[in-house]
Design a protein around this ligand. Structure first.
Ligand code: 5GP
Ligand code: ZN
Length: 112
């Protein structure tokens, strides 16, 4: 399901420009608007949901697919020596966009 007020759903639908670097039937990967590292990508499922705890078995398959695709996407976008994945979940983590997303950070030595 898509949420008409969600910025990432609008990117998934192609309604907002996003610096898309990868897309398939389950996911989209695009550049973060305010990069926190030399390479900062966001991988999002096409299906709108906020939290991992909302994942049924179909969403779990999508998440597994995303995790299996991320290594080649990270490498081909400049993460040659590793990268960091972050999934903010809820208010205490300061999740600002309520559409599940995996931050991919790299392209340089990251702070410990
Ligand atoms: P969160 O804090 O929710 O884990 O991260 C949301 C991320 O989405 C932030 O790093 C923010 O810069 C990014 N972001 C928010 N709105 C947009 C947008 O319209 N386009 C893109 N490309 N990134 C966005
Ligand atoms: Zn959404």
């Amino acid at each position: 399901m898509l949420d008409k007020n969600c910025v990432f759903c609008r990117i998934v639908r192609g309604e907002l420009p996003s610096g898309k670097v990868y897309e398939d039937d389950k996911m989209v990967v695009f550049k973060d608007l305010e990069p926190k590292a030399k390479v900062h990508l966001l991988a999002v499922p096409k299906d709108h949901f906020k939290l991992l705890e909302e994942a049924d078995s179909e969403r779990a398959q999508t998440l597994a697919h995303m995790l299996l695709k991320i290594p080649e996407i990270a490498k081909s976008n400049g993460c040659k020596n590793g990268y960091r994945l972050i999934v903010n979940q809820g208010d205490d983590a300061n999740q600002t966009v309520h559409h599940l997303h995996i931050h991919i950070l790299g392209g340089e030595k990251l702070p410990e």
